[in-house]
Design a protein around this ligand. Structure first.
Ligand SMILES: [Zn+2]
Length: 237
C-alpha cells in the first residue's frame, strides 16, 4: 500500500493518522498503511498549528474539549490561558454587546506563532482525510488528487488554496459530507469541526466558493490569503 499523501510504500509504517486531530478528542483514524510514518510525523506540526487558530483554541477552552489523554487543558500555545470553567463567556462576535455578570468576556486574539498558510493546508488535509475515511484509500489514490497531495506536503512558496469557513453550532460530534459533479472532477467536502464549518474543494479549482457554500455566512480565504466575505466571526480583525 502507498501513502495517500506522498505515495511512498507504507508496508513498514505503524502509525495511524487521525481523521481529525486527536487533540480535538476525535478518535477516528485512517487504517494503518494509509499514511506513512514520515507524513504522520510531519502532520503533527500542522495539527498543532490548527489548534492555535483563535476560534478553535478558544472553543477548546470554553467547551473543555479534552486532550488525547483525556485531560482538560488550561492553556493552548503561549498566549491562551483559560480561566475557570463557567467564569467566562465565549463570544464569536466581538462586537456583539451582551449584558453579563460573568467575569470574563473573551476576545479572540491570535497566538503569535499561528501560521495562516499552514492552517489553510491543514484544513485541506482534514478534508482529504475525511474523504479517504469515507471513500477508501483506493479512491484517494486517484490522479485527480495529485495536486492536492503536493499542495498539502510540498506547497510552492506562499501558495494558498481558497476555502470557505463559517460558524456552526456544536453538538459534540464531527461530521463531513462529500459532494461532487457528475464527472467527479470537482470534489468538495463540507467539514464540521467544533464551532466552525469548512467548505473545501479538493481540486483547488473553485473560484466561486461563496456561491457554492450556500446557506452559510462564510468567509472565503482567497488565493492571496486575504479574507473576504462576511465578517460575522470577526476573523478579519
Ligand atoms: Zn507519506
Amino acid at each position: 500500500m502507498l501513502c495517500i499523501y506522498c505515495r511512498s510504500d507504507t508496508t513498514e509504517s505503524t502509525g495511524a493518522e487521525h481523521v481529525i486531530p486527536a487533540a480535538l478528542a476525535c478518535k477516528d483514524t485512517l487504517e494503518p498503511g494509509y499514511v506513512c510514518d514520515k507524513c504522520n510525523d510531519y502532520f503533527a506540526k500542522m495539527d498543532y498549528n490548527f489548534m492555535l487558530n483563535r476560534y478553535i483554541a478558544l472553543f477548546v477552552g470554553a467547551q473543555q474539549i479534552p486532550n488525547r489523554n483525556g485531560r482538560i487543558r488550561t492553556q493552548i500555545g503561549h498566549k491562551l490561558n483559560f480561566p475557570e470553567f463557567g467564569s467566562f463567556l465565549f463570544q464569536l462576535c466581538p462586537d456583539q454587546k451582551e449584558s453579563t455578570d460573568r467575569k470574563w468576556v473573551y476576545g479572540a486574539k491570535q497566538d503569535e506563532n499561528f501560521d495562516e498558510l499552514l492552517f489553510a493546508r491543514g484544513v485541506h488535509k482534514l478534508a482529504f482525510n475525511t474523504f479517504a475515511y469515507g471513500r477508501g484509500g483506493r479512491e484517494a489514490m486517484h490522479g485527480r488528487f495529485d495536486n492536492l497531495r503536493r499542495y498539502i506536503r510540498r506547497p510552492d512558496r506562499g501558495e494558498i488554496w481558497p476555502y470557505a469557513v463559517g460558524g456552526a453550532p456544536y453538538d459534540g460530534t464531527y461530521y463531513a459530507s462529500l459532494h461532487h459533479d457528475s464527472a467527479f472532477t470537482e470534489v468538495s467536502v463540507s467539514l464540521h469541526v467544533l464551532c466552525l464549518n469548512f467548505f473545501v474543494f479538493l481540486s483547488g479549482s473553485c473560484y466561486d466558493l461563496a456561491a457554492k457554500a450556500t446557506g452559510q455566512e462564510v468567509y472565503v480565504v482567497s488565493r492571496k490569503g486575504q479574507w473576504q466575505g462576511s465578517s460575522i466571526l470577526g476573523l478579519t480583525r
